[in-house]
Design a protein around this ligand. Sequence first.
Ligand SMILES: NC(=O)c1ccc[n+]([C@@H]2O[C@H](COP(=O)([O-])OP(=O)(O)OC[C@H]3O[C@@H](n4cnc5c(N)ncnc54)[C@H](OP(=O)(O)O)[C@@H]3O)[C@@H](O)[C@H]2O)c1
Length: 369
Amino acid sequence: MTVPAPGSDTDRAMMARALALAARGLWTTTPNPRVGCVIARGGDVLGEGWHERAGGAHAETAALADARARGRDVRGATAYVTFEPCNHTGRTPPCAGELVAAGIGRVVAAMHDPNPLASGGAARLREAGVAFDVGLLGDEAHDLNKGFVMRMTRGRPWVRTKLAASLDGKTALASGASRWITGPEARADGHAWRARSCAILTGIGTVRDDDPELTVRAVETTRQPLRVVVDRHAETPPAARVLAGGNALVVTARDANPAWPKGVRSLALPDREGRVDLEAMMHELGLLGVNELHVESGARLNGALLDAGLIDEIVLYLAPGLIGDPARGLFQRRAPLGLLDGRTPLAFTSVERLGADLRVVALVLRSDS
Ligand SMILES: NC(=O)c1ccc[n+]([C@@H]2O[C@H](COP(=O)([O-])OP(=O)(O)OC[C@H]3O[C@@H](n4cnc5c(N)ncnc54)[C@H](OP(=O)(O)O)[C@@H]3O)[C@@H](O)[C@H]2O)c1
């Protein structure tokens, strides 16, 4: 059988399949990356698998087990993995060693592992005489794991803010009323974005005005993200829905409220002005293993995050209606921009219609990214 050259149509098809498998872990792998693996000889798939949850089998182990279950011989075959195989004994043994032991002849990875603890898989494979190529469909693999990459390289989560606005960019009336600006399709879609996140962040203003639950409801999931509230005076009412059932963290600039329900954690992170230090909070969330942080807050917290350079991606639902001034906008900055050149540059990555609304996804462009 002929062995396909790196980057051949067969390689691309196998890696595309591995990426589709990796995406099955979109809502469950946190704090681990989403990884898929296909073991093939030419175009013949011998086994495939994906990483489903932390502590469970890694994608390579699952694919090897699948090949065994199918009675297929993997010796000399190619393993397509969306992430460099790990070289680390954590809750599971190192995958690079497992691939070597199974007699795999060649490994094609989509991207390197940015985790300093787990990397070294490429070297281990090459030392054992296994051919190793990296970079095939790397952008797609990176996209699937931008939260993990951000946490490993910068020690903070990938921050995605979700907003719903009228066509003129108003997120709430001047009185604070904002329910509902968009339709049911957009709201259900918002739940899918919540489901892929590790934590959901809001501010005390939204807790006061909307009393949101901030759980995943409109889609089926086995995991609820941690809920995080920025609340410098620890004013979140103990009966607030966001605290119900625990699984919440209130970030304050002072002591916690002893009346908060069991399971609610708090963290005092004051900055020099006595507000919550947002950068320190991101660092703490990184230490907690938060890869993707989903923000659903009002204009004040969104503006403060933008001012601090802490927003990476925007998911904006635009409703076909006009509210007009005065009303609340999207990002309330600390100071007005003096020059148009100072605006935050974005790149649109998708525009879709959802029911009567539009969904616009944009990346924040940075000179250092
Ligand atoms: N349409 C939508 O997508 C949407 C989504 C969510 C909420 N909303 C609406 O938004 C409204 C609430 O918005 P809001 O702006 O009043 O509240 P908010 O943004 O939810 O919360 C304000 C929080 O931001 C903090 N903050 C502001 N600037 C800061 C800074 N520089 N450093 C640290 N923390 C800072 C505030 O802290 P301090 O106490 O220190 O100022 C406060 O904890 C409600 O009407 C709600 O319905 C709309």
